[in-house]
Design a protein around this ligand. Structure first.
Ligand code: M6R
Length: 615
């Protein structure tokens, strides 16, 4: 949450910062701002989107080749111009942008007010700015890079909480200082210019050489050089990485929205998740990143899958998959619950933290808690440089490419794809035969083409979305493997169209949910031709008997559905356990087209941010 970008070099900073902020806007879009250092600090900030900031800068231009900027997802303090970043210290000579939460800010603020400090905002960040300013002023000697670094270090020792920050001081014009704890921060190494950013997507148009800073790192940079130390004053090792993706990968291309682009990327993103991981020789999956010997894999007695939001829904599919394919007892726990719950787990329980971004605060905390208790904790991540990927004991990368739309789409299918590979691997060392293994692999390899055929129905699904755009509430219902898909369909619908939506197991209807059914409340049944198809049809009949409109997702050739449902969207046939990879696609398209019809901002839904780095 919140995106920051800093620039130091020879070019005009403002256009570079604005462009970087546009790429980071998915991280928060309550307000935006920048500060440019050119002799003295110039500040431009306002509430609303980056476009508002761009308009402000067009009216009141700023020049200079050193600057820091921010796009905000509000935590402390409402959405106002004053609370927008950057914030200044008491002297007005030091500026900071911050992603994270300073938990003890109120205590610090009270102490500073008692000493005569004045604050312009309600933010925790402004307190940190004042604190760094105090340390800077208290340090002896000339203005220097070292003095600014020491001031940042001194202030950070006093704060409790999380931060990714960029700081500059009018008296030290050739230096930017960055630091991180709990919030991501990347150093981009250019030619005669350097960058700080929350995410490489902000700088990939300028450089693909990056250092992913670690917790407690402090970096000081000028246009040609940088120096990394730690908050405690020690030295810090670092690695320069080459960013895997290009500027094109983080642009919308010809699509009107990132979400639609990412939905249509799924045949390729799923193929990428499977590529090189299916061995025909041994008819099993190969997942070297798990870092586990065959014996260790055989000894797994229980699996716990944890994540948030869509990742948690993928985990729910994983629970069904792992129990079905590998017969290993599996449980799913919201990461936010896991971290506080103290689940009884024996030592042979394997824990997986599932996260597209690899930066979700609750999932990271669950991972750390699990490791603290001595459990091997693996990750299923998309972002290779993320904190969760780095801190886990091993894992599997999704290789889905950057996902920018706030609504998760391709990450869901990649997560489910990876969990299927895991099920195949564990199933083959327990009870699955060679021929069963081969059959599963063939079915998996056929999935991307089947997804392509579903995507061809986008216009048809759009017509259904428009037909039901009157709905104020919707039900999503499914059984067995389709139950988590129903949950995911409901999340997509409410998150981007703001239509109240609920996901339930179909059979739960009669235990209460059915009271909500009426002609104004359409139900979406995920009813592929699986072992519970007839049961699902009975549940559809129950809804129709109460005059509830029904959209059904069914398998090609399953004509029974046309007799009971008002509209049917067909998916190609596949084994029950692979159906989530197909049945979720129409739900993504349905929510997308409905949200567009309602004029909603699909890629940046209200109140949300892509990467939830606060608790
Ligand atoms: O990056 P993560 O996979 O850890 O994100 C988890 C959730 O915040 C995320 O899936 C969220 O629920 C999406 N906005 C859903 O579309």
């Amino acid at each position: 949450m919140c995106g920051i970008i800093g620039y130091i070099g020879k070019s005009e900073a403002a256009p570079i910062l604005l462009e970087g902020l546009r790429r980071l806007e998915y991280r928060g879009y309550d307000s935006a701002g920048l500060a440019i250092l050119n002799g003295e600090l110039s500040l431009r900030k306002c509430k609303g989107r980056i476009a508002n900031l761009a308009d402000l800068i067009a009216r009141e231009p700023v020049c200079g080749s050193i600057g820091i900027s921010h796009t905000r997802w509000a935590t402390h303090g409402g959405v106002t111009d004053e609370n927008a970043h950057p914030h200044f210290d008491q002297s007005g000579k030091l500026a900071i942008v911050h992603n994270g939460v300073i938990e003890n800010y109120q205590t610090l603020k009270d102490q500073l007010i008692a000493k005569g400090h004045f604050f312009k905002s309600q933010t925790d960040t402004e307190v940190l700015a004042h604190l760094i300013g105090i340390h800077y002023d208290a340090l002896p000697g000339e203005a220097s890079r070292q003095r600014l670094v020491e001031a940042v270090r001194g202030a950070l020792k006093e704060v409790i909480g999380t931060y990714g920050i960029a700081v500059m001081h009018q008296a030290v014009p050739g230096t930017l200082v960055g630091a991180r704890r709990g919030s991501p921060l990347v150093l981009g190494i250019g030619k005669g210019e350097n960058f700080l950013a929350s995410d490489v997507s902000a700088i990939v148009g300028h450089t693909r050489e990056a250092v992913y800073l670690r917790d407690y790192d402090i970096v000081a940079l000028d246009g040609v050089d940088f120096e990394i130390s730690t908050v405690n004053g020690g030295t810090s090792g670092f690695e320069v990485s080459t960013v895997e993706f290009s500027e094109d990968d983080v642009s919308k291309g010809d699509y009107p929205h990132y979400m639609l682009k990412e939905i249509f990327e799924q045949p390729d993103s799923m193929a990428n998740a499977f590529r090189g991981r299916l061995s025909t020789e041994e008819s099993t999956a190969k997942l070297g990143g798990l870092n586990m010997t065959p014996k260790e894999l055989r000894d797994i007695e229980r699996i716990v899958l944890t994540g948030c939001g869509t990742a948690c829904h993928a985990a729910m599919v994983g629970e069904y998959l792992l129990e079905h394919l590998a017969h290993i007892p599996t449980e799913v726990e919201f990461a936010s619950e896991f971290r506080y719950r103290n689940m009884p787990m024996n030592k042979d329980t394997l824990v997986f933290a599932i996260s597209q971004s690899g930066e979700t605060a609750d999932t990271l905390a669950a991972l750390r808690e699990s490791q603290r208790k001595g459990h091997r904790t693996l990750a299923i991540c998309n972002n290779v440089a993320s904190t969760i990927a780095r801190e886990s004991d091993g894992g599997v990368y999704m290789h889905a490419g950057p996902e920018i739309g706030v609504a998760a789409t391709k990450s869901f299918t990649s997560q489910v794809g990876v969990l299927t590979l895991l099920g195949l691997l564990l199933g083959r060392i327990h009870h699955l035969s060679t021929s069963e293994g081969i059959q599963i692999m063939e079915e998996l390899n056929a999935i991307p083409d089947k997804v392509r055929t579903i995507l061809k129905q986008s216009d048809y699904i759009k017509s259904i979305a428009e037909k039901y755009s009157y709905a104020k509430a919707m039900m999503f219902l499914g059984r067995q493997f389709s139950y988590p898909v129903a949950m995911e369909g409901a999340l997509k619908m409410k998150e981007i169209s703001y239509i109240h939506a609920e996901g339930h197991p179909s059979a739960e209807l009669k235990h209460g949910v059915i009271a909500l059914i009426s002609p104004e409340v359409p139900s979406v049944f995920i009813a592929p031709d699986d072992s519970v198809f007839d049961k699902n049809v009975s549940n559809i009949e129950e809804v129709k008997a109460r005059k509830g409109p029904v959209i059904a997702i069914g398998t090609e050739g399953s004509t029974k559905l046309e007799k009971v449902a008002d509209d049917v969207i067909y998916i190609p046939p596949c084994p029950d356990f692979l159906s989530p990879l197909l049945s979720v696609i129409p739900l993504q398209l349905l929510s997308y087209h409905l949200a567009v019809k309602l004029g909603c901002d699909v890629d940046k839904p209200r109140n949300l941010a892509k990467s939830v780095t606060v608790e």
